[in-house]
Design a protein around this ligand. Structure first.
Ligand SMILES: [Zn+2]
Length: 140
């Protein structure tokens, strides 16, 4: 993960007190999650005891901009899982917790996408999620 170290520095090795475990998901076991094979995602962040694992699809290694965007996105998830944001939202908004969780991450990945001047659908997804947030969420 030299690439990630260069661009993200120390943030790449831990969040809070938890180590980050980066895994290139060569067989797409963790990133290809649909039971019927319908859902493939470039990255996936899974908290485990004392550690947070981030799985990246191996095809990202061929596309540095996309890799950067996915790392950026998953790091937001890792931070929200570590600092208790996710648990807080799960209590306050049990039905929309994953909408909020993704909205936060897409805020960053949409910015990175715009910065690169490319369109990987991050902004589109962000706009879509914004319509599904709990009423008044952005004004709180
Ligand atoms: Zn996400």
């Amino acid at each position: 993960m030299e690439f990630a170290n260069f661009f993200f520095g120390d943030e790449i090795s831990s969040v809070g007190n938890r180590k980050l475990n980066w895994v290139i998901d060569y067989d797409n076991k963790e990133t290809f999650t649909g039971k019927l094979g319908e859902k493939s995602r470039p990255g996936r962040t899974i908290p485990t005891k004392g550690m947070i694992s981030i799985y990246l699809q191996s095809n990202l290694l061929n596309d540095p901009k996309k890799l950067y965007i996915v790392i950026d996105h998953e790091l937001v998830h890792a931070n929200d899982l570590d600092d208790g944001n996710y648990s807080k939202w799960a209590k306050l908004y049990p039905l929309q917790v994953n909408i909020i969780f993704e909205y936060r991450a897409y805020l960053w990945s949409a910015q990175a996408e715009a910065g690169f001047g490319i369109n990987l659908g991050q902004q589109t997804k962000l706009n879509e999620l914004a319509t599904q947030l709990p009423a008044g969420f952005l004004n709180r």
